[in-house]
Design a protein around this ligand. Structure first.
Ligand code: C2E
Ligand code: CA
Ligand code: CA
Ligand code: CA
Length: 279
């Protein structure tokens, strides 16, 4: 029996695929990334579609890996979410984003709203309301300068619970945006109950806006719906002037995308803010 056990073990090892081993390595490195200060935030400006004025910034997480260089979030956030590491990471992101936003204001730069992405686990398990209150107190950032981006699919996992939690966050005075709107399955009746100020149209709908009549119709519908409920609409992933023009014609409120500005490290933000105030 002992013999067989050993054989089984060997079998398991050879069958264990490379990606599983890679994942084990990645998890260990990810755990240390926080302690070693390897995480950093990039910021992507958002602009008002009317005057093309800069009105806010979205904080986007990056991992400065010692060997692999700058690792994009899609390559580590799913694992962080699975292992629970996202809780500590998300707390770091929130604190860092609010600290930076407050520091730019203190330096005399035009006050900007900062948007922070909130993961599913962070939203459902963590005492997010308490954390947000604490971080606002610590950093001194006025609540209306913080916007939390929460995905549509995340909210619909537990819509009743989400209404309650979003109301508590709203009571703190922070802004709430629904991210990746149109990719999930929101019930419109719930949308009315959510205390949200902004719908963010996913970039998959913006991509083919000029060629695909379905996408164009969806964007029209989302904007009409949002405006009828007193919400603003942000379009992400704007890469062409043509997309800008179409979104402007459709009365979209804010835009974000490579055409205007790719995400930049925090050091570059002050320069962009200064330039914006001179225009
Ligand atoms: P998202 O929230 O939908 O963010 C938009 C993504 O589109 C960002 O990718 C951004 O860099 C990219 N982007 C901006 N403009 C353009 C454009 O014109 N064209 C194209 N093709 N892409 C554009 P990024 O930074 O790689 O982030 C990917 C996703 O990772 C985010 O999608 C978000 O879901 C997640 N993420 C990023 N930072 C955080 C974080 O701090 N916490 C959590 N929980 N998730 C985060
Ligand atoms: Ca986002
Ligand atoms: Ca997303
Ligand atoms: Ca998106």
């Amino acid at each position: 029996a002992k013999e067989m056990g050993r054989n089984n073990y060997q079998f398991y090892l050879t069958e264990m695929n490379e990606s599983a081993l890679q994942r084990l390595g990645l998890e260990g490195q990810l755990r240390k990334a926080l302690e070693r200060d390897e995480l950093c935030l990039y910021f992507q400006p958002q602009y008002d579609l009317d005057g093309r004025r800069m009105v806010g910034l979205e904080a986007l997480l990056r991992w400065r890996h010692p060997e692999r260089g700058l690792v994009p979030p899609d390559e580590f956030i799913p694992l962080a979410e699975e292992t629970g590491l996202i809780l500590a990471m998300g707390e770091w992101v929130l604190r860092e984003a609010c600290t930076r936003a407050q520091a730019w204001q203190a330096a005399g730069l035009a006050p900007m709203r900062v948007a922070v992405n909130i993961s599913a686990r962070q939203f459902h398990q963590y005492d997010l309301v308490r954390l947000v209150r604490l971080v606002l107190e610590e950093t001194g950032l006025e609540p209306h300068f913080l916007e939390l981006e929460i995905t549509e699919s995340l909210i619909m996992q537990d819509a009743e619970g989400a209404v309650h939690k979003l109301s508590q966050l709203r009571d703190l005075g922070v802004q709430i945006a629904i991210d990746d709107f149109g990719t999930g399955y929101s019930s419109l009746s719930y949308l009315k109950k959510f205390p949200i100020q902004t719908l963010k149209i996913d970039r998959t709908f913006v991509q083919d806006l000029s060629r695909n009549p379905d996408d164009s119709a969806i964007v029209d519908a989302v904007i009409a719906l949002a405006h009828s409920m007193g919400m603003e609409v942000v379009a992400e992933g704007v890469e062409t002037e043509e997309q800008m023009r179409l979104l402007h014609d459709k009365s979209c409120n804010r835009v974000q995308g490579y055409l205007l500005q790719a995400p930049v490290p925090s050091d570059a933000v002050a320069r962009i803010l200064l330039q914006a105030s001179l225009n």
